[in-house]
Design a protein around this ligand. Structure first.
Ligand code: F6R
Length: 601
């Protein structure tokens, strides 16, 4: 959460910083700000409430010149959404400028102990950090580097930070520090950059150095110097990131979400090519992973949000194909309320970003307890992939829309392949997945149908339900999350049989209830439950698989192996959410109050 970019050595740095911020907006978009050191032209600090486009407009006609600067897009934690609370924050005398991603847990204590005489401009924890740097540099006569390190040494253990600092007395230099919040240093012959996500700076470089927890870096236009926790200089090679800058563009699409929904088919093919050889044997999953899972007596899938929902689907694959009992847990709950574990647990973390703080908290505990773990993530080299025993990639390409789509289907596919590899299941999974990919494309090509369903069922509605049983119940909760998070229609995803135990009282004339019917064992029961709500006035919309479909169903899904039906069933739900949101004139990619990578607990 919160996005940081900085650059030094770029001829006219402002456009690069603003472009970088646009790419980082998925990390937060309450407010945005930029600082450029203009050398003899002085310091430029511009901050605006709202989206980066407003900041961009505010910088026009200001004749901002300079080759080094830092910028930030905010997801508010401490202090409301205001210009004063927007980053960069400035020290009292205007010398230091700081952007921050993370939370300083003991900021009020630091303020009371050290900054009594300072007139604070904001309510943020970040301003405390920059005022402390200023104080230590003046009163203790410390260099900027030492003042930054002294400030960091006062932060309590629970604090998280990615800091990027500039001192106007050394205009070409940036200082970066990191703990728990991601920060990468990009290097090139002409310029060096710092960013929360490589995608923001691909126009300048594809070579990055990772900053590790506790480290500090000094970056100027020619070189990068890294220091470990003790302040000792260290060396680290850069790595080359093979991402095409165009992958992070919308191209011809009006919204990233639509592009990412469409990309699900290609992701399915990519995963198949990566994880299967020509003879349909699983490849690229180390024997060590398979052996570790086989040696365990219980699997614990831990994740948040959409990734948790993918875990609910994956549980079926692990139990059916490996015979190992599998539990699925919400990471924010597991972190502070760990259930009694089996004798030989194995942990599977699912995450698009690999940075979700709630999941990281669980992984920290798992590592401390010495249990083996695997992270399945889209962003490799992320904290969750680095800190788990093993990691497997989702290969979905950058997912930019806040609402996750292709990462969800990729997670389901990788879980299926892994369970298949461990269990040596009889299923010809490569072939079944290929069929599913073909049918996903068929559904995606019928977008207009979902536009019509969205308009007919959801226009002017303030609440809705998705219901199903078994795997359809697992998809129903994801379908409901998709719809509510972007359209703001309060939607519940429900195990259909549970409705009559209380929630059915919410059904009134016209309440939209979308029923998912793709599992033969329970199809009749779900249809019965749909009839019950229909009898109470609900406006029912049935999405059923071909072999279970009946006349008047709103949409008929092609048939694939029932276990793989979630890969298909979720697509109508994603598209219905998309069109319902468009119909309301809302920003599909950037729903209010949300951010893509949730790096605070
Ligand atoms: C919803 C969504 C979130 C994420 C959740 C976990 O569309 O994207 O619910 O799934 O914040 O994030 P990751 O997968 O990055 O750990």
């Amino acid at each position: 959460m919160c996005g940081i970019v900085g650059a030094t050595g770029v001829n006219q740095v402002l456009p690069s910083l603003l472009k970088g911020l646009e790419k980082l907006e998925y990390r937060g978009y309450d407010s945005a700000g930029v600082y450029v050191n203009g050398g003899k032209d002085g310091d430029f600090l511009v901050r605006e409430k709202g989206r980066v486009s407003r900041l961009k407009a505010a910088t026009e006609n200001k004749h901002i010149t300079g080759t080094a600067g830092i910028a930030h897009t905010r997801w508010a934690t401490h202090g409301g959404v205001s210009v004063e609370n927007a980053h960069p924050h400035m020290s009292e005398d205007g010398r230091f400028y700081l952007v921050h991603n993370g939370v300083i847990e003991n900021f009020d204590e630091l303020r009371d102990n050290y900054l009594q005489g300072v007139k604070l401009q904001s309510e943020t924890d970040t301003e405390i950090a920059v005022q402390l740097i200023d104080k230590f540099s003046k009163e203790d006569n410390l260099s900027t580097f030492d003042a930054l390190r002294k400030m960091i040494s006062l932060l309590d253990d629970n604090s998280a930070y990615g800091f990027l600092l500039m001192d106007n007395e050394t205009p070409d230099l940036m200082y970066a520090a990191k703990k728990k919040s991601p920060l990468l240093i990009g290097v090139s012959d002409q310029a060096n950059v710092v960013t929360s996500d490589a995608a923001a700076m691909l126009d300048i470089t594809q070579d990055f150095i990772e900053l590790m927890d506790g480290e500090v870096a000094i970056i100027d236009k020619e070189k990068v110097t890294l220091f470990d926790v003790q302040g000792k200089q260290i060396e680290r090679e850069s790595f080359h990131l093979d991402i095409d800058a165009s992958e992070t563009d919308k191209g011809v699409y009006p919204y990233y979400m639509l592009k990412e929904i469409d990309e699900q088919v290609i992701v399915a093919h990519t995963l198949s090519q990566h994880y299967f050889d020509d003879d349909a044997n699983v490849q690229n999953i180390d024997d060590e992973i398979i052996d570790a899972i086989k040696a365990s007596d219980r699997l614990y899938i831990v994740a948040a949000g959409t990734s948790y929902h993918a875990g609910l689907v994956g549980k079926r694959y692990f139990e059916k194909w490996t015979g190992i009992p599998t539990e699925v847990h919400i990471s924010s709950e597991f972190a502070y309320d760990q259930p009694l574990l089996s004798q030989r647990p194995f942990f599977i973390f699912l995450s698009q970003s690999g940075e979700t703080a709630d999941s990281r908290e669980v992984l920290d505990n798992v590592v401390k307890q010495g249990y083996p773990s695997l992270t399945i993530a889209n962003v490799m080299n992320s904290t969750l992939t680095r800190e788990a025993t093993f990691a497997l990639p989702l290969l979905a390409g950058p997912e930019i829309a806040v609402a996750s789509t292709k990462a969800y289907t990729a997670q389901i596919i990788v879980e299926a392949i892994l369970a298949h590899a461990v269990g040596n299941s009889e299923v010809d999974l490569k072939n079944e997945l290929a069929k599913a990919a073909v049918e996903m494309q068929v559904i995606i090509d019928q977008k207009d149908k979902f536009k019509i369903i969205a308009e007919q069922a959801l226009k002017n509605q303030s609440s809705a339900f998705y219901i199903g049983r078994g795997l359809d119940a697992a998809v129903a909760v994801e379908a409901a999350l998709k719809l509510k998070e972007i359209s703001y229609i309060q939607t519940e995803g429900f195990a259909a049989g549970e409705l009559k135990h209380g929630t059915i009282s919410l059904i009134e004339e016209g309440t939209p209830v979308l029923g998912l019917v793709t599992q033969s064992k329970t199809a009749g029961l779900v249809r019965g439950e749909i009839a019950q709500v229909s009898a109470r006035g609900a406006n029912t919309v049935i999405i059923a698989s071909k072999s279970l479909a009946k006349a008047n169903d709103a949409y008929v899904l092609p048939d694939v192996d029932e276990l793989l039906m979630p890969l298909l069933t979720v697509i109508p739900a994603q598209l219905i959410a998309y069109y319902a949101t468009l119909d309301r004139g809302l920003d599909v990619d950037r729903p209010r109050n949300l951010a893509k990578s949730v790096t605070v607990q």
